[in-house]
Structures are given as structure tokens and as C-alpha cells.
Design a protein around this ligand. Structure first.
Ligand code: G4P
Length: 189
């Protein structure tokens, strides 16, 4: 998606050889117009695949997931990282280890909002090692639901999440794939 790549070039900051800061439009401040275009693009890519539900992980996945759900006309569920006071139903849970943060989070979705007949499109902001997506896929499997595919805003192509998922037959659509962040410079695939 050209506009996204342009935005990364103009407003992103390379913090290290592995980390890109995009707080200006995705991870802290959100650009709603860009999010709408992102949602429209995912909706176009996955239309006709029978998606009944979008599933993402709080917090930065919610904006692109929401816009995709709006365009496809399906509900959006976000897996929670913390137990909420109202999350009293039976929970589907998975452990997600973050290599970046060196911590494990238990993520949960109520079985009220993810059921056997659902066909799920997973949306997330970043794909690095793929642990978040694998955790959501585990929850989708526990629900007995099926997977239409995965939509990623920014994939770090130099980390192995994309390869792991694609090798396992998962359809992964990434709107920008970064090949390298070497020398404070963003190179796209
Ligand atoms: P993985 O799920 O692909 O294995 O990713 P990893 O554990 O490495 O990432 C943990 C968190 O860091 C995720 O956000 C992920 O989106 C984010 N992340 C990974 N690499 C980058 C990067 O280069 N730039 C930015 N901006 N984020 C990155 P999270 O903890 O779920 O945070 P949030 O959704 O609450 O914002």
C-alpha cells in the first residue's frame, strides 16, 4: 500500500536495526484516514472468503481491525491481555511470548464471541516473530472456528513470523513488508 509506505518513510523513526517507531500514526496517535484506507484494502483482499468475524489483540490492532470490520460489515473482537471485571464467561486463552519485551502475556477471548461457525480474519499492526498471531490462531482453534487468513499492517520481513505462518499454509496479507532497518533506513520488499 503506497500511502502506508510513504507514511512510514515520512513519519516513522528507526530506533534500532530491528525496531521501527510508528507512534505518529499507528501505535499512539492514530491517523483515522489512513486506518480507513487500510481497512478498505484488507476488506478488498478478503472479500468473498466468508469472513464472519475479525479478531485482533489489544491495543494497537484495534484501529485497523475496526476499520476492516466496518467495511466488511462484521464484528470485531479484541483478545484481552488483562483480565477484565466483566470478562466472566468461559475464556479461551493462550500464552503469547514477546521476544521484543521478553515477557509472556496470557491473552483471552470469551467463548461467547468466538464460536464454531465463525470464519475468522486476524488483523494486527505488526508481524515480527508471529507469536501474537499464533496465540490468536490457538484461540480460534479452541473455539472450533476456521481461519480465512491474516492481515498485517507492517510485517518485518527480516524476522521469521511471516515465513512460519506462510509455510504452515496460512494466507498472510501484509500491506508493507520491511526488508531492512539497517543504518536507520527503511527498505521495503
Ligand atoms: P510477535 O507477536 O510478532 O512475535 O512480535 P513481538 O513479540 O516481537 O512484539 C511484541 C509487541 O511489539 C507487539 O505489540 C508488536 O506489535 C510490537 N512490535 C514488534 N516489533 C515492533 C516494531 O518494530 N515497531 C513497533 N512499533 N512495534 C513492534 P504489543 O505489545 O501487543 O503492543 P500494543 O499492541 O499494545 O501496541
Amino acid at each position: 500500500m503506497e500511502r502506508l509506505k510513504q507514511k512510514i518513510k515520512e513519519e516513522g523513526t528507526v530506533l534500532s536495526n530491528t525496531v521501527l517507531k510508528v507512534d505518529a500514526f499507528l501505535n499512539h496517535q492514530i491517523d483515522p484516514v489512513l486506518m480507513q484506507e487500510i481497512g478498505n484494502t484488507f476488506a478488498e483482499l478478503f472479500k468473498g472468503t466468508g469472513v464472519t468475524k475479525i479478531v485482533t489483540l489489544e491495543s494497537s490492532g484495534i484501529a485497523p481491525a475496526m476499520m476492516t470490520g466496518l467495511q466488511l460489515g462484521v464484528p470485531v473482537v479484541f483478545a484481552r491481555k488483562r483480565k477484565s471485571l466483566t470478562l466472566v464467561d468461559q475464556l479461551l486463552s493462550a500464552n503469547v511470548y514477546s521476544y521484543t519485551k521478553n515477557e509472556t502475556n496470557e491473552i483471552s477471548v470469551s467463548n461467547e464471541y468466538l464460536i464454531k461457525k465463525d470464519k475468522v480474519l486476524i488483523i494486527d499492526d505488526f508481524l515480527a516473530n508471529g507469536q501474537a498471531v499464533l496465540g490468536i490462531m490457538n484461540i480460534v482453534e479452541q473455539a472450533g472456528a476456521s481461519l480465512a487468513g491474516v492481515g498485517i499492517v507492517i510485517e518485518k520481513g527480516f524476522q521469521d513470523g511471516g515465513e512460519v505462518l506462510r509455510t504452515n499454509g496460512v494466507r498472510v496479507e501484509s500491506l508493507a513488508i520491511i526488508d531492512s532497518l539497517q543504518n536507520r533506513n527503511v527498505t521495503f520488499r
